[in-house]
Design a protein around this ligand. Structure first.
Ligand code: NDP
Length: 326
């Protein structure tokens, strides 16, 4: 027997900094938000050790701890935080329909999408092992580069992100070895030129990762192979950075929302609005450029404010005067 359909004023999908910030603002604006956490409660930050660049934490904070605090703050204002994964949506009619865990159907006045993006990894067992241990594998140089100050690191990738991250790392680390799988960069000429002209970046073309090496706890090096000659060699390194792109978690919105060629949701510039009225986007699901916790939180705030204004305009009975923005 199917469950009764639930009606929700503001549904937030995703539990990273964007989702929780949207929840804090929506709850304080009397929108009774319901937030579904998804398959990775806390989002990408739960895979980061130390966060030192989020304002307000002078001593730094671990990613999981910060996400627990954000959840607590959202719940303090009575956000209904639920376990569950949104598996399907239908934004074709006046009512925005959402299904959780394939079965539960919800009808929403507003939807805030904060589903984030996932960094792509190579998928090697050794890479995943040290990623899970927090022992030297990272997909974010801006987040984790500082921990490799004055050390030698390896970075994989040849796009704009890899170039930007390699250059960032070169200012902290003694040496950065960049593994490029073809004989050329994908990055724009100017970005590629910047890494080519940086003294402590060594570029190895036609080179792929065979194995991330370590002592069982932390990374100690990388074994690579040349895909033309099949020669293998080891590079000593304490950090292994993967910058081979991100995949926005937006598959379920295909066919309803305007997405760019990589799948990022296209928002109306300067707002959180999507092409569907009442559906808003925040965080990395629409951002392939900045991808920071603090920018995600900022756009979460924007989405809640846009949703509140949308409801106020649509329904005169929604009392915007009781809401609190500060
Ligand atoms: P891209 O998809 O542009 O590049 C991914 C890179 O990773 C490619 O060089 C690709 O190699 C390589 N790669 C993919 N899979 C593997 C693998 N298994 N092993 C080794 N290498 C692999 O992603 P980016 O994140 O760099 O950029 C995404 C978008 O964001 C782009 O449009 C980019 O221009 C933009 N961007 C702009 C910035 C800026 O302007 N400041 C900064 C960062 C991103 P191959 O080339 O062989 O396919």
């Amino acid at each position: 027997m199917s469950e009764e359909i639930e009606r929700i004023k503001c549904l937030i999908i995703g539990s990273g900094p964007a989702g929780y910030t949207a929840a804090i603002y929506a709850a304080r604006a009397n929108m009774s938000p319901v937030l579904y956490q998804g398959t990775q409660p806390g989002g990408q930050l739960t895979t980061t050790n130390e966060v030192e660049n989020f304002p307000g934490y002078p001593e730094g904070v671990t990613g999981p701890e910060m996400m627990m605090e954000l959840q607590k703050q959202a719940e303090r204002f009575e956000t209904d935080v639920r376990n569950g994964w949104v598996t399907k949506v239908d934004f074709s009619g006046d009512t925005h329909k959402v299904w959780v865990n394939e079965t539960k159907e919800i009808h929403c006045d507003t939807v805030i999408i904060s589903t984030g993006a996932s960094a792509k990894y190579l998928g090697l067992d050794s890479e995943q092992k040290y990623l899970k241990l927090g022992g030297g594998v990272s997909a974010c140089a801006v987040c984790d580069g500082f921990f490799y100050k004055n050390q030698e690191v390896v970075i994989v990738g040849a796009g704009d992100s890899a170039c930007e991250e390699a250059h960032y790392l070169s200012k902290l680390c003694t040496k950065v070895t960049m593994l490029v799988r073809r004989d050329e960069f994908r990055a724009s000429k100017i970005m590629a030129a910047r890494v080519k002209n940086t003294e402590n970046i060594e570029i190895l073309y036609n080179t792929e990762t065979d194995e991330v090496l370590g002592d069982g706890q932390v990374v100690t090096g990388v074994r690579v192979f040349n895909n033309k000659t099949n020669e293998r060699h080891e590079i000593p390194a304490t950090g292994f950075f993967v910058a081979i792109g991100h995949k926005p978690n937006t598959d379920i919105f295909k066919g309803f929302l305007d997405l760019d060629e990589t799948g990022y949701i296209i928002n109306v510039p300067g707002t959180s609005k999507t092409n569907i009225e009442g559906v808003f986007v925040s965080g990395d699901a629409a951002d392939h450029v900045y991808r920071q916790a603090v920018t995600a939180a900022g756009t979460g705030c924007m989405a809640a404010l846009d949703a509140e204004r949308y409801l106020a305009a649509k329904d005169a009975t929604f009392d915007v005067s009781t809401s609190t923005y500060n």
